[in-house]
Design a protein around this ligand. Sequence first.
Ligand code: PMV
Length: 342
Amino acid sequence: VNATAVACANIALVKYWGKRDEALNLPARGSLSVTLDALETRTTVTFDAERPADVLVVDGIERAGAALARAARVLDLLRARAGVGAEGPRALVTSANTFPYGAGLASSASGMAALVTAGAAALGLDLDPAERSVLARRGSGSAARSIHGGFVEWRAGERPDGADSVGVPLHPAAHWELRVVVAVVAAAGEKAVPSTEGMRHTAATSPYQPAWLAAVDTDLVAARAALAARDLAALGAVAERSALRMHAAMLAADPALLYWRGATVEALHTVRALRARDGLAAWATIDAGPHVKVLTTPADAPAVAARLAAVPGVERVVASRIGGPARVEANAAAERPTEVTS
Ligand code: PMV
Protein backbone atom coordinates (compact mmCIF):
# COMPACT_ATOMS: atom_id res chain seq x y z
CA VAL A 1 0.00 0.00 0.00
CA ASN A 2 2.78 2.44 -0.73
CA ALA A 3 4.25 3.96 -3.86
CA THR A 4 6.80 6.62 -4.75
CA ALA A 5 6.58 9.10 -7.61
CA VAL A 6 8.72 11.89 -8.98
CA ALA A 7 7.45 15.07 -10.65
CA CYS A 8 9.14 18.21 -11.93
CA ALA A 9 8.17 21.81 -11.34
CA ASN A 10 7.14 23.88 -14.34
CA ILE A 11 7.40 27.51 -15.31
CA ALA A 12 4.61 29.17 -17.26
CA LEU A 13 5.56 31.02 -20.44
CA VAL A 14 1.94 32.12 -20.83
CA LYS A 15 0.76 32.73 -17.29
CA TYR A 16 -2.28 31.66 -15.31
CA TRP A 17 -3.58 34.42 -13.04
CA GLY A 18 -7.32 34.34 -12.47
CA LYS A 19 -9.90 31.64 -11.72
CA ARG A 20 -13.39 31.18 -13.02
CA ASP A 21 -14.15 28.70 -10.21
CA GLU A 22 -12.16 28.82 -7.00
CA ALA A 23 -13.53 25.61 -5.45
CA LEU A 24 -12.57 23.50 -8.47
CA ASN A 25 -9.47 25.52 -9.41
CA LEU A 26 -10.77 26.28 -12.89
CA PRO A 27 -8.75 28.97 -14.66
CA ALA A 28 -10.19 31.99 -16.43
CA ARG A 29 -7.85 31.31 -19.38
CA GLY A 30 -5.43 28.66 -20.58
CA SER A 31 -1.70 28.72 -19.86
CA LEU A 32 1.46 27.18 -21.30
CA SER A 33 4.61 25.96 -19.55
CA VAL A 34 7.96 24.24 -19.76
CA THR A 35 8.83 21.45 -17.32
CA LEU A 36 12.04 21.98 -15.28
CA ASP A 37 14.09 18.89 -14.58
CA ALA A 38 16.35 20.51 -11.97
CA LEU A 39 13.37 21.31 -9.74
CA GLU A 40 12.03 17.95 -8.68
CA THR A 41 9.82 16.53 -5.92
CA ARG A 42 9.99 12.87 -4.85
CA THR A 43 6.98 11.73 -2.82
CA THR A 44 6.11 8.45 -1.09
CA VAL A 45 2.49 7.82 -0.11
CA THR A 46 1.76 5.03 2.39
CA PHE A 47 -1.88 4.21 3.16
CA ASP A 48 -2.48 2.60 6.52
CA ALA A 49 -5.83 1.50 7.97
CA GLU A 50 -4.45 2.05 11.50
CA ARG A 51 -3.46 5.67 10.89
CA PRO A 52 -5.96 8.14 12.44
CA ALA A 53 -5.26 11.09 10.11
CA ASP A 54 -3.27 12.09 7.04
CA VAL A 55 0.26 13.26 7.83
CA LEU A 56 2.44 15.37 5.53
CA VAL A 57 6.23 15.50 5.92
CA VAL A 58 8.11 17.76 3.52
CA ASP A 59 11.90 17.86 3.57
CA GLY A 60 11.93 16.15 6.97
CA ILE A 61 9.49 18.55 8.66
CA GLU A 62 5.90 17.68 9.49
CA ARG A 63 3.58 20.28 7.95
CA ALA A 64 0.21 21.44 9.25
CA GLY A 65 -2.19 24.17 8.18
CA ALA A 66 -2.83 24.99 4.54
CA ALA A 67 -0.21 22.60 3.12
CA LEU A 68 -1.69 19.62 4.99
CA ALA A 69 -5.27 20.65 4.17
CA ARG A 70 -4.42 20.83 0.48
CA ALA A 71 -2.74 17.38 0.49
CA ALA A 72 -5.66 15.90 2.44
CA ARG A 73 -8.11 17.33 -0.10
CA VAL A 74 -6.29 15.57 -2.93
CA LEU A 75 -6.02 12.35 -0.89
CA ASP A 76 -9.81 12.51 -0.28
CA LEU A 77 -10.38 12.75 -4.05
CA LEU A 78 -8.10 9.75 -4.61
CA ARG A 79 -9.85 7.73 -1.87
CA ALA A 80 -13.24 8.59 -3.39
CA ARG A 81 -11.98 7.58 -6.83
CA ALA A 82 -10.74 4.25 -5.41
CA GLY A 83 -14.15 3.65 -3.84
CA VAL A 84 -12.79 3.50 -0.30
CA GLY A 85 -14.69 6.69 0.55
CA ALA A 86 -14.54 8.88 3.63
CA GLU A 87 -13.74 5.93 5.90
CA GLY A 88 -10.79 4.84 3.77
CA PRO A 89 -7.23 4.53 5.05
CA ARG A 90 -5.29 7.67 5.96
CA ALA A 91 -1.88 8.30 4.45
CA LEU A 92 1.63 9.20 5.44
CA VAL A 93 3.00 11.45 2.70
CA THR A 94 6.76 11.93 2.74
CA SER A 95 8.11 14.41 0.23
CA ALA A 96 11.59 15.69 -0.64
CA ASN A 97 12.47 18.56 -2.96
CA THR A 98 15.69 19.23 -4.82
CA PHE A 99 15.04 22.97 -4.30
CA PRO A 100 13.77 25.17 -1.41
CA TYR A 101 10.17 24.37 -0.48
CA GLY A 102 7.61 27.14 -0.36
CA ALA A 103 10.00 29.77 -1.70
CA GLY A 104 7.98 30.64 -4.78
CA LEU A 105 9.75 28.09 -6.98
CA ALA A 106 6.64 26.12 -7.99
CA SER A 107 6.93 23.47 -5.27
CA SER A 108 3.13 23.19 -5.20
CA ALA A 109 3.06 22.15 -8.88
CA SER A 110 5.66 19.38 -8.58
CA GLY A 111 4.40 18.43 -5.11
CA MET A 112 0.77 17.96 -6.15
CA ALA A 113 1.70 16.13 -9.36
CA ALA A 114 3.95 13.74 -7.39
CA LEU A 115 1.30 13.28 -4.68
CA VAL A 116 -1.43 12.35 -7.16
CA THR A 117 0.85 10.04 -9.13
CA ALA A 118 2.16 8.24 -6.02
CA GLY A 119 -1.22 8.21 -4.27
CA ALA A 120 -3.01 6.71 -7.27
CA ALA A 121 -0.34 4.00 -7.59
CA ALA A 122 -0.51 3.21 -3.87
CA LEU A 123 -4.28 2.73 -4.12
CA GLY A 124 -3.91 0.55 -7.21
CA LEU A 125 -5.73 3.10 -9.37
CA ASP A 126 -4.83 3.01 -13.05
CA LEU A 127 -5.39 6.68 -13.96
CA ASP A 128 -4.42 8.12 -17.31
CA PRO A 129 -2.45 11.40 -17.38
CA ALA A 130 -5.58 13.49 -18.06
CA GLU A 131 -7.30 12.07 -14.97
CA ARG A 132 -4.21 12.70 -12.85
CA SER A 133 -3.97 16.22 -14.27
CA VAL A 134 -7.54 16.96 -13.16
CA LEU A 135 -6.81 15.67 -9.64
CA ALA A 136 -3.49 17.52 -9.38
CA ARG A 137 -5.29 20.70 -10.50
CA ARG A 138 -7.58 20.44 -7.47
CA GLY A 139 -4.51 20.69 -5.23
CA SER A 140 -2.82 23.50 -7.17
CA GLY A 141 -3.77 24.89 -10.57
CA SER A 142 -0.29 24.87 -12.06
CA ALA A 143 0.12 21.21 -10.98
CA ALA A 144 -2.21 20.27 -13.85
CA ARG A 145 0.80 21.03 -16.11
CA SER A 146 3.42 19.11 -14.05
CA ILE A 147 1.87 15.72 -14.89
CA HIS A 148 3.45 16.01 -18.33
CA GLY A 149 7.02 16.62 -19.42
CA GLY A 150 8.35 18.98 -22.06
CA PHE A 151 6.08 21.79 -23.24
CA VAL A 152 2.58 21.68 -21.82
CA GLU A 153 -0.65 23.60 -22.29
CA TRP A 154 -3.29 23.72 -19.58
CA ARG A 155 -6.56 24.06 -21.46
CA ALA A 156 -9.02 26.27 -19.62
CA GLY A 157 -11.88 23.96 -20.60
CA GLU A 158 -15.57 24.80 -20.73
CA ARG A 159 -17.31 22.24 -18.57
CA PRO A 160 -18.57 23.43 -15.17
CA ASP A 161 -17.23 20.23 -13.53
CA GLY A 162 -13.71 20.90 -14.87
CA ALA A 163 -13.29 17.49 -16.55
CA ASP A 164 -11.85 19.21 -19.64
CA SER A 165 -9.59 21.61 -17.72
CA VAL A 166 -6.44 19.53 -18.09
CA GLY A 167 -2.77 19.71 -18.95
CA VAL A 168 -2.08 18.60 -22.53
CA PRO A 169 1.43 17.72 -23.74
CA LEU A 170 2.33 19.88 -26.77
CA HIS A 171 5.89 18.65 -27.36
CA PRO A 172 8.18 16.30 -25.42
CA ALA A 173 11.40 17.63 -23.88
CA ALA A 174 13.39 16.25 -26.83
CA HIS A 175 11.54 18.61 -29.20
CA TRP A 176 13.81 21.49 -28.23
CA GLU A 177 16.96 21.64 -26.10
CA LEU A 178 16.41 24.78 -24.09
CA ARG A 179 17.64 25.87 -20.70
CA VAL A 180 15.95 27.83 -17.95
CA VAL A 181 18.29 29.69 -15.62
CA VAL A 182 16.61 30.37 -12.28
CA ALA A 183 17.94 33.38 -10.35
CA VAL A 184 16.95 32.84 -6.73
CA VAL A 185 16.40 36.24 -5.13
CA ALA A 186 16.71 36.68 -1.36
CA ALA A 187 13.27 37.66 -0.07
CA ALA A 188 13.56 39.71 3.09
CA GLY A 189 10.61 40.41 5.34
CA GLU A 190 6.98 39.60 4.84
CA LYS A 191 5.67 36.33 3.45
CA ALA A 192 4.38 36.43 -0.11
CA VAL A 193 0.61 36.49 -0.67
CA PRO A 194 -0.44 32.94 -1.69
CA SER A 195 -1.58 32.61 -5.30
CA THR A 196 -5.28 31.87 -4.63
CA GLU A 197 -5.58 34.93 -2.39
CA GLY A 198 -3.53 37.03 -4.84
CA MET A 199 -5.72 36.04 -7.78
CA ARG A 200 -8.91 36.77 -5.83
CA HIS A 201 -7.58 40.18 -4.78
CA THR A 202 -6.39 41.08 -8.30
CA ALA A 203 -9.72 40.07 -9.86
CA ALA A 204 -11.65 42.05 -7.25
CA THR A 205 -9.63 45.27 -7.29
CA SER A 206 -7.36 45.61 -10.34
CA PRO A 207 -8.76 47.65 -13.24
CA TYR A 208 -6.13 45.93 -15.40
CA GLN A 209 -7.32 42.37 -14.77
CA PRO A 210 -9.80 42.36 -17.71
CA ALA A 211 -7.08 43.70 -20.04
CA TRP A 212 -4.62 41.07 -18.79
CA LEU A 213 -7.11 38.26 -19.38
CA ALA A 214 -8.04 39.62 -22.82
CA ALA A 215 -4.41 39.30 -23.94
CA VAL A 216 -3.89 35.64 -22.90
CA ASP A 217 -5.53 33.84 -25.84
CA THR A 218 -3.45 35.79 -28.39
CA ASP A 219 -0.31 34.90 -26.42
CA LEU A 220 -1.29 31.23 -26.39
CA VAL A 221 -1.63 31.23 -30.19
CA ALA A 222 1.75 32.96 -30.56
CA ALA A 223 3.47 30.64 -28.06
CA ARG A 224 2.15 27.48 -29.75
CA ALA A 225 3.40 28.72 -33.14
CA ALA A 226 6.81 29.74 -31.76
CA LEU A 227 7.18 26.34 -30.10
CA ALA A 228 6.25 24.43 -33.23
CA ALA A 229 8.75 26.49 -35.28
CA ARG A 230 11.41 26.42 -32.51
CA ASP A 231 11.59 30.21 -32.78
CA LEU A 232 13.19 31.24 -29.48
CA ALA A 233 13.04 35.00 -30.07
CA ALA A 234 9.29 34.74 -30.65
CA LEU A 235 8.70 32.41 -27.70
CA GLY A 236 10.87 34.55 -25.42
CA ALA A 237 9.02 37.72 -26.37
CA VAL A 238 5.67 36.11 -25.56
CA ALA A 239 6.97 34.78 -22.23
CA GLU A 240 8.40 38.11 -21.12
CA ARG A 241 5.34 40.14 -22.03
CA SER A 242 2.95 37.60 -20.48
CA ALA A 243 4.82 37.78 -17.16
CA LEU A 244 5.07 41.57 -17.17
CA ARG A 245 1.40 42.03 -18.08
CA MET A 246 0.39 39.66 -15.28
CA HIS A 247 2.53 41.68 -12.84
CA ALA A 248 1.06 44.93 -14.21
CA ALA A 249 -2.39 43.64 -13.26
CA MET A 250 -1.09 42.69 -9.79
CA LEU A 251 0.56 46.10 -9.34
CA ALA A 252 -2.70 47.82 -10.26
CA ALA A 253 -4.61 45.95 -7.53
CA ASP A 254 -5.67 47.94 -4.48
CA PRO A 255 -3.61 47.67 -2.36
CA ALA A 256 -0.94 46.67 -4.89
CA LEU A 257 0.45 43.15 -4.97
CA LEU A 258 4.19 43.65 -5.18
CA TYR A 259 6.10 40.36 -5.42
CA TRP A 260 9.34 41.93 -6.67
CA ARG A 261 12.45 42.84 -4.71
CA GLY A 262 15.15 45.24 -5.93
CA ALA A 263 17.19 42.32 -7.25
CA THR A 264 14.18 41.24 -9.33
CA VAL A 265 14.27 44.53 -11.24
CA GLU A 266 18.08 44.43 -11.55
CA ALA A 267 17.86 40.91 -12.96
CA LEU A 268 15.28 42.12 -15.51
CA HIS A 269 17.67 44.88 -16.61
CA THR A 270 20.49 42.34 -16.84
CA VAL A 271 18.40 40.08 -19.09
CA ARG A 272 17.55 42.98 -21.39
CA ALA A 273 21.23 43.98 -21.56
CA LEU A 274 22.28 40.38 -22.27
CA ARG A 275 20.00 40.52 -25.31
CA ALA A 276 20.57 44.05 -26.56
CA ARG A 277 24.25 44.52 -25.75
CA ASP A 278 25.71 41.01 -25.80
CA GLY A 279 23.48 39.44 -28.41
CA LEU A 280 22.69 36.46 -26.16
CA ALA A 281 19.43 34.53 -26.05
CA ALA A 282 17.75 35.53 -22.77
CA TRP A 283 14.10 36.20 -21.93
CA ALA A 284 12.77 36.60 -18.41
CA THR A 285 9.66 35.42 -16.63
CA ILE A 286 8.55 35.93 -12.99
CA ASP A 287 5.85 34.15 -10.96
CA ALA A 288 4.16 35.17 -7.71
CA GLY A 289 7.49 35.75 -6.00
CA PRO A 290 10.78 37.63 -6.42
CA HIS A 291 12.72 35.06 -8.46
CA VAL A 292 13.58 35.58 -12.11
CA LYS A 293 13.62 32.62 -14.52
CA VAL A 294 15.42 33.09 -17.82
CA LEU A 295 14.76 31.16 -21.00
CA THR A 296 17.94 30.57 -22.99
CA THR A 297 19.91 28.14 -25.16
CA PRO A 298 22.41 25.48 -23.98
CA ALA A 299 25.23 27.54 -25.56
CA ASP A 300 24.29 30.80 -23.84
CA ALA A 301 23.22 29.34 -20.48
CA PRO A 302 26.68 29.56 -18.79
CA ALA A 303 27.09 33.26 -19.63
CA VAL A 304 23.51 34.03 -18.65
CA ALA A 305 23.96 32.18 -15.35
CA ALA A 306 27.24 33.97 -14.58
CA ARG A 307 25.77 37.41 -15.24
CA LEU A 308 22.67 36.72 -13.14
CA ALA A 309 24.79 35.33 -10.30
CA ALA A 310 26.64 38.68 -10.21
CA VAL A 311 23.44 40.69 -9.65
CA PRO A 312 23.43 41.95 -6.04
CA GLY A 313 20.65 40.22 -4.11
CA VAL A 314 20.67 37.11 -6.29
CA GLU A 315 21.47 34.31 -3.81
CA ARG A 316 22.23 31.61 -6.33
CA VAL A 317 21.42 30.44 -9.82
CA VAL A 318 20.24 27.05 -11.03
CA ALA A 319 20.39 26.11 -14.71
CA SER A 320 17.75 23.57 -15.65
CA ARG A 321 17.07 21.40 -18.66
CA ILE A 322 13.56 20.64 -19.82
CA GLY A 323 12.12 17.87 -17.68
CA GLY A 324 10.04 14.76 -18.25
CA PRO A 325 6.62 13.63 -17.06
CA ALA A 326 5.58 12.66 -13.53
CA ARG A 327 6.39 8.98 -13.04
CA VAL A 328 6.10 6.18 -10.52
CA GLU A 329 9.44 4.91 -9.24
CA ALA A 330 9.67 1.15 -9.19
CA ASN A 331 10.42 -0.26 -5.71
CA ALA A 332 11.93 3.03 -4.54
CA ALA A 333 9.67 3.13 -1.48
CA ALA A 334 11.14 -0.10 -0.16
CA GLU A 335 14.67 1.28 -0.39
CA ARG A 336 13.77 4.64 1.04
CA PRO A 337 12.65 4.40 4.65
CA THR A 338 10.56 7.32 5.85
CA GLU A 339 12.58 9.73 7.94
CA VAL A 340 9.84 11.02 10.20
CA THR A 341 6.79 9.01 11.17
CA SER A 342 4.77 11.49 13.15
O1 PMV B 1 -0.69 26.94 -9.15
P1 PMV B 1 -0.90 28.16 -8.36
O2 PMV B 1 -2.29 28.26 -7.82
O3 PMV B 1 0.12 28.32 -7.26
O4 PMV B 1 -0.74 29.44 -9.32
C1 PMV B 1 0.41 29.70 -10.08
C2 PMV B 1 0.43 31.10 -10.58
C3 PMV B 1 1.68 31.54 -11.32
O5 PMV B 1 2.79 30.76 -10.93
C4 PMV B 1 1.98 32.98 -10.95
C5 PMV B 1 1.49 31.48 -12.83
C6 PMV B 1 1.54 30.12 -13.46
O6 PMV B 1 0.88 29.98 -14.51
O7 PMV B 1 2.21 29.20 -12.95
